[in-house]
Design a binder for this molecule. Structure first.
Ligand code: PLP
Length: 396
């Protein structure tokens, strides 16, 4: 069974729900991507940049102290925090920008929430000499002033978005609008496995390097496949990147961890599977947090990267088929996870990543000592140190 099908559907989810003017651009992108996938020179060039520019392969670290502390399964960490610019986002940006260059585009645009995807896009655009425009909600620009300056240092123009809640959702709306008007010379570097076909497929393929490496590394380190994989899910790119190459191995369990915010019952969360239902949002059909009338609701999470009403359509399919389990942890639990990994392993994770750690903290003590778990450490936490400091101070 090949996913997605030719129309971009993963089971009942996915598709291409966009203004008519974007259809030719999406079709051209689909063709170019299909060609690039088969093109040995393109693949060799991408591999070279991933290795010599982004620092891949990233390590798979045995978390001896976290394992001891939790007293259950043996824990390994896939270290995307060690990738250049501090998260997995660079894998996708390198792939898409190489593709944009191949298509003769001279300008790239992107949306960003916390700024991580904006920084990764601006970085690669600088390297390839492309004009770069980043759309960012005004609210997020205030919260992430340092990342705004980083993008500007890299030569990008950061455009504040003042509509709606002035956050990620509005930045995506604005990036789409830009793309509609400049589709001739511009490529839209979407940051995760959401959006219209072929983005969920394309971004998954660029992030699969995480799981391919992890599989090779765990076989070398432990001599067998893991029993369980754990990753946080915003749009879902780091999770599907780790999961995908393990999917055929039915004995490998997988858990995607969403942002439970102040608790799903409070209504202030971003748990799409617990608190949402299927709907069309930002170009595809997938689980969305919406009100009774189908209006997309504002979400809440302590981590900007998980604070989004939609989720990639492939995750909706994997949830419905039961192959992957989805859970959520609260802001409070995530902050505990943030401290736990810092104290036990000396690794300060991103707050997004801390959600995966927080889930692991609950699940691993119930597992057997001879079982193996891989947690995807999607990014490093430098950007979140101020936020966590504020939270800890407020409590004491
Ligand atoms: C952007 C980001 C995420 C969330 O995005 P996904 O597409 O779900 O991976 C998670 N972790 C980090 C560190 C991020 O920067």
């Amino acid at each position: 069974m090949k996913m997605p099908d030719r129309r971009g559907y993963f089971g009942a989810f996915g598709g291409r729900f966009v203004p008519e003017t974007l259809i030719p651009a999406l079709q051209a992108l689909e063709r170019e991507f299909a060609e690039a996938r088969r093109n040995r020179r393109f693949q060799a060039e991408l591999r070279d940049y991933l290795h010599n520019y982004a620092g891949r392969p990233t390590a798979l670290t045995f978390a001896s102290e976290l394992t001891r502390f939790l007293g259950g399964a043996m824990v390994y960490l896939k270290r995307e925090d060690l990738a250049f610019t501090g998260a997995h986002k660079i894998n996708n940006c390198l792939g898409q920008v190489l593709l944009a260059r191949k298509m003769g585009k001279r300008r790239v645009i992107a949306e960003t929430g916390a700024g991580q995807h904006g920084v990764a896009t601006a970085t690669v655009a600088a390297k390839f000499g492309l004009e770069c425009v980043i759309y960012m909600g005004e609210e997020d620009m205030n919260r992430q002033a340092l990342n705004v300056f980083r993008m500007e240092l890299l030569g990008a123009t950061v455009i504040p978005v003042r509509s709606g809640s002035r956050t990620l959702k509005d930045a995506i709306d604005e990036a789409m609008r830009d793309w509609v008007t400049h589709v001739g010379d511009t490529h839209y570097v979407l940051g995760t496995v959401t959006g219209p076909h072929p983005y969920p497929l394309m971004v998954r393929e660029f992030q699969r390097v995480i799981g391919k490496e992890a599989k090779r590394q765990i076989l070398r380190a432990a001599g067998r496949l893991p029993d369980c994989l754990i990753a946080c899910v915003g749009g879902g790119s780091n999770a599907i990147g780790l999961f995908y190459d393990f999917l055929p191995h039915r004995a490998v369990r997988m858990v995607g961890v969403e942002a439970g915010g102040l608790g799903v019952k409070s209504g202030k969360h971003a748990a799409r599977f617990d608190g949402g239902r299927p709907g069309i949002f930002h170009g595809s059909l997938s689980y969305v947090i919406q009100d009774a009338a189908g209006q997309v609701r504002t979400t809440h999470s302590v981590s900007a990267g998980l604070d989004y009403a939609g989720v990639g359509p492939e995750h909706s399919y994997l949830q419905q088929s039961g192959r992957v389990k989805y859970a959520s942890v609260t802001d409070r639990e995530a902050v505990e996870g943030f401290r736990l990994l810092s104290e036990t392993e000396g690794i300060i994770p991103a707050l997004e990543t801390a959600h995966a750690v927080a889930y692991a903290r609950k699940a691993i003590p119930r597992m057997r000592k001879n079982q193996l778990v891989i947690i995807n450490i999607s990014g490093r936490g430098d950007k979140d140190v101020e936020t966590v400091k504020g939270i800890i101070k407020a409590r004491t």
